[in-house]
Design a protein around this ligand. Structure first.
Ligand code: GLC
Length: 739
């Protein structure tokens, strides 16, 4: 029986096994169900003591000596970081023993997997395959729910344009169109799987100056509304039940106390009905921000701004009841926050979820269909950046391969937002997968090269160089790991951490061709490697099945199709570098005249542009047709292009459509992605790809945050990266009777 049929059958059985309520996707109820929830919430508000109300606004993390009695007493209404089934069952039981039996929110950073883990979200974005990303989130939600977790702190949708920032890996990169689509896909997936989504970090966390974590963000209204807010709106429109506030300040106001964002925009303007949770301890941090003199004032300001739950800040639990009794915090604000928390719990039907059975909970983890989805996601997340022809490895030409790098082995990897303590069966190592795929005739040797998974010290250096020198081809799997990625991991040098660059130099020094496989949490600066290595394969930590998928790409069993979700800078000095920049008054010309907007010592172009990725075959784009040369106001652009597979291998290509409005009331980006389609073509096959772009997608926000669609001429570029060359244009007509 083929693996995919088996996977399907197991998946069907699994779905049957999952309790009904757990299987029902979490979503906002409507009609009578919604009305019944409102009535129930009001009844509970009337019954609750002030302490019980404050308990619902408190999120407490697992730790040694956790007091379950606090749940029974109604003083803890939400918990996080419980993954051991016995402990989860204990907190669920404690909630049932409380006076009002309100279900707990049981939260976890289930971001790119739980036991089965998928490529980092940045790698998932590189697939340009929203359906696959949604499936990855579905399995993440399912495995979380299997452990009794009903709330995930994901999707993170912060825009990432500065690779010095360590948390790019959690988002979808630099492009707002791609980020919106991935945000919605992940939200749907998590909630369909059984975990309420928390879209984060609201807002502007990725815009911290210099890419320094938690740093100040100054964001003009135009950029706030055009770039940073749309992915949040997409997640909320997809039904996200909660939002997490950001650590940073936005234009001088800490996001955790930003009433204009949290209440005026999010709730009044967008109509968001869910709850807002602070980030970890971000409420007391208002004192460090300098807008609260003490914890009590921090609690008051956060509550007034619209923060419903205090994540591990302990200021709501310590001060809110006293502040209400002293008349310094209105009980109406407490009640409104409690309403929003209870609404989420009951709309998500958390009160109908059966407690988990610790004896069987883990049996649902790493199921064949989940691992199958992880394999497919890993494959499509892999980006081929350079290839001098050495790939795919040909067993007829290559008789020996030296795999160098501790990251080739599963037990050597620690990636950010990888929930600790979740059981995981070992997964195939890359060298073993290579040996399996290359067959008996090819000898595959492995040497870690570095002593720890962070690449900070050499391992048996001589053995690594000796193995490399003895092989026909060296496959070096190097990258960022553990503390070099994620939160608190901003870097000013985008190099391979520790001794890895030195190790790579020595591998190159053997004179044997080096295939560099990267596992990083961000684009690194790779300029110095061009021409020195035979190939560069980029992964953003490809997950449980990543090593096997990489081996499939290296041997040609899978033709790579990943595309860069971010521009790769040539140097740190070039940052920020992103494709949808404004033209300036002195755009770079081929002559690079001194007095143009250029660097004296660097090109303006990134080393690898957004949307770029090589294949083992070659695709051609032709016959761009603008079906609607004049688009009516409120209408849509329809354009088509023919994509052909001109090479000898089947492969997938991502056809991308970019638009530009060269003339408008304000300066507009030189290009913006407004459509993409991923298609698989056999050798010699061609297909017509049609794009439809609503006129409403062609506008921008002005300085007052108002959305403007200006009639006029638009240019189109279509191709397989943000450097697309096939060009056309259309007119957007004025509204009837409009000026
Ligand atoms: C962290 C992160 C946030 C995460 C939370 C809980 O500080 O900023 O993304 O969800 O704490 O772990």
């Amino acid at each position: 029986m083929s693996r995919s049929i088996l996977a399907f059958l197991v998946s069907a059985l699994l779905c049957a096994a999952v309790p009904a309520a757990a299987q029902a996707p979490m979503q906002w109820q409507t009609g009578r169900a919604a009305a019944a929830i409102e009535a129930r919430v009001e009844r509970l508000i009337r019954q609750m003591t002030l302490e019980e109300k404050v308990g619902q606004l408190h999120l407490y993390g697992r730790r040694e000596g956790f007091d379950y009695g606090e749940i029974r007493a109604g003083r803890i209404g939400n918990v996080m970081n419980f993954v051991d089934p016995a402990e989860v069952a204990a907190v669920q039981k404690a909630a049932r023993e409380s006076r009002l039996k309100i279900p707990l929110l049981i939260g976890l950073d289930a971001v790119h997997g739980v036991s089965t883990y998928f490529p980092l979200p940045l790698g998932q974005a590189a697939t340009f395959n929203p359906a696959l990303v949604e499936e990855a989130a579905l399995w993440t939600g399912r495995e979380a729910r299997a452990l009794g977790i009903n709330w995930t702190f994901a999707p993170m949708v912060d825009m990432g344009r500065d690779p010095r920032w360590g948390r790019l890996l959690e988002g979808a990169g630099e492009d707002v169109f791609l980020s919106r689509i991935m945000a919605a896909a992940r939200t749907r997936g998590y909630q369909a799987g059984g975990a309420a989504a928390t879209v984060k970090h609201f807002v502007g966390y990725g815009a911290g100056e210099a890419g320094r974590d938690y740093n100040t963000a100054w964001i003009p209204a135009e950029q706030l509304h055009d770039i940073h807010l749309p992915p949040f709106r997409a997640s909320i429109d997809a039904g996200a039940l909660s939002v997490m506030a950001a650590f940073n300040s936005v234009n001088g106001v800490p996001a955790t106390a930003h009433r204009e964002m949290l209440t005026d925009l999010l709730r009044r303007n967008w109509g968001f009905r869910g709850l807002v949770v602070s980030d970890f301890g971000s409420i007391p941090e208002l004192m460090a921000h300098g807008i609260a003199a003490d914890e009590a004032e921090a609690a008051r300001k956060a509550l007034a701004a619209g923060i419903d739950i205090d994540m591990m800040g302990f200021v709501y639990s310590k001060h809110l009841a006293a502040e209400v009794r002293a008349g310094r915090a209105p009980i109406a604000q407490v009640d409104e926050a409690v309403r929003r928390v209870l609404r989420v719990k009951f709309h998500a039907r958390m009160d109908e979820i059966a407690d988990i059975d610790p004896r069987t909970a883990e049996s649902a983890l790493q199921s064949p269909p989940a691992l199958d989805a992880a394999r497919r996601a890993a494959r499509e997340s892999i980006i081929l950046l350079e290839n001098d022809g050495i790939l795919p490895l040909d067993p007829a030409r290559v008789r020996s391969v030296a795999v160098i790098g501790a990251l080739s082995r599963p037990d050597q990897e620690r990636v950010w937002t990888d929930p600790a303590g979740v059981p995981r069966k070992p997964i195939e190592a890359m060298d073993a997968a290579l040996a399996r795929l290359l067959g008996q005739g090819v000898r595959v040797a492995f040497q870690p090269g570095v002593s720890t998974y962070c690449g900070k010290e050499f391992g048996d250096r001589a053995a690594a160089i000796e193995a490399a020198a003895a092989a026909d081809v060296i496959v070096a799997k190097l990258g960022e790991d553990c503390e070099f990625m994620g939160e608190g991991a901003s870097r000013t040098r985008l190099t391979l951490p520790g001794v890895q660059d030195q190790l790579l130099d020595e591998l190159i020094g053997t004179g044997k061709p080096v295939v560099l496989v990267l596992a990083t949490g961000r684009p690194l600066v790779l300029s110095h490697l061009k021409g020195r290595v035979a190939a560069i394969v980029q992964t953003f930590h490809a997950g449980s099945e990543g090593r096997a998928a990489i081996a499939e790409v290296l041997t040609g069993a899978f033709n790579p199709s990943g595309k860069t979700p971010m521009s790769f800078p040539r140097s740190v000095g070039q940052i920020p570098v992103y494709y949808d920049h404004l033209p300036t008054g002195r755009p770079e010309t081929p002559g690079r005249f001194r007095y143009e907007s250029i660097f004296m010592d660097e090109s303006n172009l990134p080393l690898y542009p957004f949307g770029f990725g090589l294949s083992y075959t070659r695709f051609g784009f032709s016959d761009l047709r603008i079906e609607t040369p004049v688009v009516a106001a409120g209408g849509a652009l329809t354009a088509s292009v023919t994509v052909a597979n001109l090479g000898g291998r089947e492969g997938q290509e991502v056809a991308q459509l970019y638009i530009r409005q060269p003339m408008a009331r304000i300066s507009r980006p030189v290009r913006q992605l407004k459509g993409f389609q991923k298609i698989a073509l056999k050798p010699g096959e061609s297909r017509k790809v049609t794009f439809t772009v609503p006129a409403t997608e062609l506008g921008y926000h002005d300085a007052q945050g108002r959305y403007v669609v200006e009639p006029g001429r638009f240019e189109i570029h279509v191709g397989n990266s943000s450097l697309a060359e096939l060009k056309g244009e259309f007119q957007l007509a004025r509204p009837q009777g409009g000026r």
